[in-house]
Design a protein around this ligand. Structure first.
Ligand code: WTA
Length: 656
C-alpha cells in the first residue's frame, strides 16, 4: 500500500451543504431506500428524472433472467428528454454545447438550435429511408454534428452504433457487418492536433472490403473540405440533405426497452461484442449519475473529455448532461496541441466547473508540466473548478494527489468513477458532497447498486480480502444482450459459476478492512486497459497471426506502464529464423503497422519480442503468467520445469 492510501479527504463543507446528496447520512438514506423497496426506489427516480409519454406500470421484469427488462410498458423518447423538454422549460436560449475546434475556434449552440438541427437531421434520415429499429453506424470525430447524429437516431427510434474514429477500416467493416447497418454517418476528414486525418476514405475502404451490402447510404459532414472520393447514389452531403428539412420532427415514442444503441467493446475471447443498451433505464442512469456524481447544477459548465466513440462520451456527453439541461464543452482536439496546457487553458477560458477526464491524460500532462513550467496548471486560473472526475482505469495515488492539488487547488473533490461499457453509467463512485475520499479508491457503490466482492463460488469474501467484483441485482442501465448473440451474453456476464445470478464485471476488487471502500485491482480476464481503452489480447493475437506471410504464432500480454496504465507486449514466432538487431526492429515496425491497419493505432504493441518458439507446458499450453513476468522484466520465479525449451526465455528478454 502506498503512503497515501490511508489519507482521507472529507467532502468540503460548503459543497456538502448545497449538494444533491448532502452528506453521508443522505447517502445512507438512499441506500436504505433502495434496500427496502428496490423497485420502488428506481420507479421514484424514473418518474422524477425522465419524461414519459406513457407512464410505466411495472419497474422490473425478471421473468426471463438474465434478460432483465425495466419500465417496459412505458414509452418515451430520449431526444425529447434531452432537447424539447428543456426548450419547453424555458431553456431554449441556454447554451447546450460550447464547441471548441482543434484550432481554438469556439461555437456555441443553444438548446433551441440543437433541437432544430436534430429535427432536420432526423427528417433527413427518414427521407433516406431509415426506420425505427434500423442500425446506423456513426464514424465521426468530436463535433456538434456527431452529437446531433446520435440524437437524431434516438429521435426516430433508429439504433446507433458509434465507432471510434481511430479504428481501422477492417474494424469498421466488422462492426457494420455485425450490426447489419443501413447507413454510415461520417465526415470528410477529422482535425486533430493540427493534422487532417481521413474518415470518409476509411469508410470507403471498409465498405470495399465486402460484407457491407446492408449499407444503403453514406452521409458526409463537410469538416475540412479535403479531397474525397464519391460514390454517386450512395454518398450524400449532410448539409445538402438537412438544408431542405423542417426543424420540427415528431419524436418516435418507443418502449423503454427499445435498443437506443449498440457499442462494440472488447471481451476476452473472439471478436468485439455489440453491447446493447435500452432507452428508458439507460436514460434514467445517464441523467441520475450525471446529477449526483457530479453534483450538477444549472450554472455549471461541464466538460467530459472523452470521445463519443466510447461509452463515456455516450453517457456523459451525448445524453446525461443534455437530459439535465446543462451547458457542456465538446472538444475536437487533443490535450497536447498546440501545447500540453490546452486543457488548463480551456478550463480557464470557458470557466469550466466540472472536469471529467482519464488518468492517462493526467499522467501525461504531469510529465509535460514537470518538464515545461509554461504548461503547468498553476500558470492558469482554474478557480472556476469545483469538482473533478476520473474514469476508465485505476488512478494511482500519486496522480490523484497531483490532480487534486495542482488542478483542483486542493478544494475540489475527485470522483473516481468505476463503471463499464456494459453498465451504462457509474457503478462505484464517490458522491462529491458526501463521500470522504481516499486516493486510489472508487469508494462506495452508487445508491441502489448492489456491488460485492465474492470468491469463485459466489460467496462474499471478508473485507480486506481480494476477490471477484459482481453486481447482485439487475440495475436499470445494464447491458440487455450482446447484439445477435444472447448465448454469449449469458456466458460472459451471468456465468454458471454464480448459478447465473450475479453480473460478472470482469474485474477483481478488494474492500478496505475498516471502511468497506472498493479498490479495483484490474481485469481478471484477458482484457487489457491501455490509456483507458479496452483491448482483448485475443483480438491482437488474431491480428498478428493474420499476417500469414510473417507470423507463425503470437501471444499478447499486458505489462504495467507509467503513462498508459498498461502497455501491450507481443511475443512473436516468425515463419523465418528469429531476427535480431536492426532486422528485428524493422520487422517489429512492420508488425505494429499491420496491427494498426487490422484494428487501429491504439492496438499497436509497445514491445515486440521474438522467440524461436513460445514457452509452453508439455501439454502445449502457452505459459501466459510466465510471459507476463518476462514482459515486466521480472526475474522468472515460476516453475519452468515443465517448459519444453527453457533457452527461449533469454531470447524473449529483448524487446523491440
Ligand atoms: C476499467 C469505461 C479502475 C475496468 C467507462 C473496467 C476502471 C473497464 C475504472 C471498463 C476506475 C473503468 N477504476 N478501473 N474508476 N473505470 N475501469 O468498458 O477494468 O471502456 O472493467 O468503460 O475499465 O472499460 P470500458
Amino acid at each position: 500500500m502506498s503512503e497515501h492510501a490511508s489519507k482521507l479527504y472529507p467532502a468540503p463543507e460548503a459543497l456538502a451543504r448545497a449538494a444533491h446528496v448532502p452528506g453521508m447520512a443522505a447517502y445512507e438514506k438512499l441506500v436504505a431506500e433502495a434496500r427496502e423497496d428496490y423497485e420502488g426506489y428506481w420507479s421514484r427516480l424514473a418518474r422524477e428524472l425522465v419524461s414519459w409519454k406513457k407512464p410505466f406500470t411495472k419497474a422490473l421484469d425478471q421473468s426471463n433472467a438474465p434478460f432483465f427488462k425495466w419500465f417496459e410498458d412505458g414509452t418515451l423518447n430520449v431526444s425529447y428528454n434531452c432537447l424539447d423538454k428543456n426548450v419547453e422549460a424555458g431553456l431554449g436560449d441556454k447554451t447546450a454545447i460550447i464547441f471548441e475546434a482543434d484550432d481554438g475556434k469556439v461555437t456555441k449552440v443553444s438548446y433551441k438550435a440543437l433541437l432544430d438541427k436534430t429535427c432536420q437531421m432526423a427528417n433527413a434520415l427518414k427521407a433516406q429511408g431509415v426506420k425505427k429499429g434500423d442500425r446506423v453506424v456513426i464514424y465521426m470525430s468530436m463535433s456538434v454534428e456527431g452529437v446531433v447524429a446520435m440524437q437524431a437516431c434516438a429521435r426516430i427510434g433508429a439504433t446507433h452504433s458509434v465507432v471510434f474514429g481511430g479504428f481501422s477500416a477492417q474494424s469498421l467493416r466488422d462492426r457494420i457487418e455485425d450490426a447489419r447497418a443501413v447507413m454510415v454517418i461520417t465526415a470528410d476528414e477529422q482535425l486533430r492536433g493540427g493534422k487532417q486525418l481521413p474518415l470518409k476514405a476509411i469508410v470507403d475502404e471498409a465498405i470495399g472490403l465486402g460484407g457491407c451490402d446492408s449499407i444503403k447510404s453514406v452521409i458526409v459532414y463537410k469538416r475540412t473540405g479535403g479531397n474525397i472520393a464519391w460514390t454517386a447514389g450512395r454518398d450524400q452531403w449532410m448539409h445538402e440533405l438537412t438544408a431542405q428539412q423542417s426543424t420540427t420532427c415528431e419524436p418516435e415514442w418507443v418502449s423503454a426497452e427499445h435498443p437506443l444503441f449498440l457499442l462494440y467493446t472488447s471481451g476476452s475471447t473472439g471478436k468485439p461484442k455489440g453491447v446493447q443498451h435500452s432507452t428508458g433505464g439507460y436514460l434514467l442512469m445517464a441523467a441520475l449519475t450525471t446529477k449526483w456524481t457530479f453534483d450538477l447544477k444549472p450554472d455549471d459548465i461541464f466538460w467530459c473529455t472523452a470521445d463519443i466513440g466510447w461509452v463515456t462520451g455516450h453517457t456523459y456527453i451525448a445524453y446525461g448532461p443534455l437530459a439535465l439541461g446543462a451547458t457542456e464543452i465538446v472538444f475536437e482536439g487533443v490535450p497536447t496541441y498546440p501545447d500540453a496546457g490546452r486543457f488548463w487553458k480551456m478550463i480557464q477560458d470557458h470557466k469550466v466547473s466540472i472536469f471529467y477526464t482519464a488518468p492517462t491524460a493526467i499522467r501525461s500532462l504531469i510529465k509535460a508540466a514537470e518538464s515545461n513550467e509554461a504548461v503547468h496548471p498553476k500558470k492558469y486560473d482554474l478557480s472556476s473548478l469545483r469538482i473533478l472526475g476520473s474514469v476508465g482505469e485505476p488512478i494511482n495515488p500519486a496522480a490523484w494527489e497531483w490532480y487534486h492539488e495542482h488542478v483542483g487547488g486542493g478544494r475540489c473533490p475527485i470522483v473516481d468513477t468505476f463503471w463499464q461499457t456494459e453498465t451504462g453509467g457509474h457503478m462505484i463512485t464517490p458522491l462529491p458532497g458526501a463521500t470522504p475520499l481516499v486516493p486510489g479508491s472508487c469508494t462506495l457503490p452508487f445508491p441502489g447498486i448492489d456491488a460485492a466482492v465474492v470468491d469463485e463460488t459466489g460467496k462474499d469474501v471478508p473485507w480486506g480480502q481480494g476477490g471477484i467484483l459482481v453486481v447482485k441485482k439487475p440495475w436499470p442501465s445494464m447491458i440487455r444482450t450482446i447484439w445477435g448473440d444472447p448465448e454469449r451474453f449469458k456466458k460472459s456476464y451471468y456465468p454458471a459459476d454464480f448459478q447465473g445470478k450475479y453480473y460478472l464485471a470482469g474485474d477483481g476488487a478488494i474492500r478496505d478492512e475498516k471502511t468497506g471502500y472498493f479498490t479495483i485491482t484490474g481485469r481478471i480476464d484477458d482484457v487489457l486497459n491501455v490509456s483507458g481503452h479496452r483491448m482483448g489480447t485475443m483480438e491482437i493475437e488474431s491480428a498478428l497471426v493474420s499476417c500469414t506471410d510473417l507470423v507463425a504464432e503470437a501471444a499478447v500480454v499486458g505489462r504495467p506502464d507509467e503513462t498508459t496504465g498498461e502497455a501491450i507486449c507481443a511475443f512473436v514466432v516468425l515463419k523465418r529464423p528469429r531476427p535480431t538487431g536492426d532486422e528485428a526492429k524493422a520487422i517489429a515496425k512492420q508488425l505494429r503497422d499491420w496491427v494498426g491497419k487490422e484494428i487501429g493505432p491504439i492496438a499497436k504493441p509497445k514491445d515486440i519480442r521474438f522467440g524461436d518458439n513460445l514457452p509452453k507446458t508439455r501439454s502445449g499450453k502457452i505459459m501466459r503468467r510466465l510471459l507476463r513476468s518476462v514482459a515486466k522484466g521480472e526475474a522468472v520465479t515460476q516453475d519452468t520445469s515443465t517448459l519444453e525449451n527453457p533457452a527461449i526465455l533469454d531470447q524473449l528478454g529483448q524487446a523491440y
